[in-house]
Each structure stands twice: as structure tokens, then as C-alpha cells.
Design a protein around this ligand. Structure first.
Ligand SMILES: Cc1cc2nc3c(=O)[nH]c(=O)nc-3n(C[C@H](O)[C@H](O)[C@H](O)COP(=O)(O)O)c2cc1C
Length: 182
């Protein structure tokens, strides 16, 4: 069978997609939940479930951030960021960093436990299952989002504990996976 190595350019207008159907279909894909943070002159945090592993060698991850989010400009300015992977008991933290009514700047971190990442200065959320500190290595057009590619500078993970999940617009949790690790 012949392998198509290069797809033809996309031409014409894409068929209209019902936004509600799109949201519902994408929402069926269960994800973990993270808080993306930056330090420096414009410290900021934002809940994100678009976090994805990209490459093991070199170690790279990505997050997709809405162009209208405050975090969008903060990421460009900081040039480095951190990702805290939330545990099952951290739904309030996820809701807080997704809320438009939280304070901005340093003040938004007054009500959560955090400490500055040694490699980026970005706030690391206390109690998270894992922390990734990254330097920003590329940005890519993602429609109404921008894809931020980070190269890993440092990581930390604690003992395996239940993770916070997001699926069908709701938070949940799982302890799945703990039996797989030594
Ligand atoms: C579970 C969950 C996951 C989210 N994931 C993302 C994401 O990956 N990218 C994004 O841009 N917004 C995401 N959001 C929405 C932002 O957290 C929300 O719009 C936030 O208020 C943006 O903050 P900012 O504008 O202060 O930066 C998510 C929200 C929730 C509740």
C-alpha cells in the first residue's frame, strides 16, 4: 500500500461545525487538570487541560492558550513557564485559576500555597502531583488559541496519588495507574 507522505494543502471553506456539538464531542475526551504559571514582571496563573507531552528526547510539552486570555501575553513576556498537575483534592484550585473574578498579579497567589520554581521563578502549586518547569521554545498558530511549546528544564513528582480529571464539563478523579508503577 502506498504511503501518502505529504497531505495536500487544505483548500476551500471548512464545513460549518455546530459549536455546541464540537464542545460536547471534545468534552468526551477525559483529561487531567493543570495550572500553568509564569513569574517575573507579570506573574499569572491559569487553569489548563490542554497540557500534552510532545517529546521525550529532548523533553518537551505543550499547552494551548486562548488568544483572549491574560495568560497569552504573560507567556510571551515571561519566556518560561511552569505546569502544576493537580491532584483529586485540588478542584477548588482549578476553579479558582479558571475564574475571571480572581485578583490579578501577585495577589492571585495569596490564597493558594505556592513556592517559586528554582529554574523559572514561576509559582509551583503546593500539593500538586507533579511540576514541570519549562523554557518557551516555540509558539504556533492554533486558531483562536496559540500553541506554546516548552522544553523541560526541571521536573518534580511526588508519590502516586489520585489525579483531578475533567470530562463532559465536570471535575472528577481517579486513582487509576498507581498499580502500574513500582
Ligand atoms: C478544566 C479547565 C480547563 C481549561 N483549560 C484551558 C486551556 O487549556 N487553555 C485555555 O486557554 N483556557 C483553559 N481554560 C479556561 C481558562 O482557565 C479561563 O478562561 C481563565 O479564566 C483564563 O484566565 P486569564 O484570562 O486570567 O489568563 C480551562 C478552564 C477549565 C475549568
Amino acid at each position: 500500500m502506498e504511503v501518502v507522505r505529504q497531505s495536500p494543502p487544505i483548500q476551500g471553506t471548512a464545513a460549518a461545525v455546530d459549536p455546541l456539538a464540537l464542545r460536547r464531542a471534545l468534552g468526551a475526551f477525559a483529561t487531567g487538570v493543570t495550572v500553568v504559571t509564569v513569574g517575573g514582571a507579570r506573574p499569572h496563573g491559569m487553569t489548563a487541560n490542554s497540557f500534552t507531552s510532545v517529546s521525550l528526547d529532548p523533553p518537551c510539552i505543550l499547552v494551548c492558550v486562548q488568544r483572549t486570555a491574560t495568560m497569552h501575553g504573560c507567556l510571551y513576556d515571561a519566556g518560561a513557564f511552569a505546569v502544576s498537575v493537580l491532584g483529586a483534592n485540588q478542584e477548588p484550585v482549578a476553579r479558582y485559576f479558571a475564574s475571571k473574578s480572581r485578583p490579578m498579579g501577585n495577589a492571585q497567589f495569596d490564597t493558594v500555597g505556592w513556592y517559586p520554581g528554582a529554574h523559572t521563578g514561576a509559582p509551583l502549586i503546593v500539593g500538586a502531583l507533579a511540576h514541570f518547569e519549562c523554557e518557551l521554545r516555540g509558539t504556533y498558530d492554533g486558531g483562536d488559541h496559540t500553541i506554546f511549546l516548552g522544553r523541560l528544564l526541571h521536573l518534580r513528582h511526588g508519590p502516586v496519588r489520585p489525579a483531578l480529571l475533567f470530562v463532559n464539563g465536570q471535575f472528577g478523579s481517579t486513582s487509576l495507574g498507581s498499580e502500574l508503577l513500582p
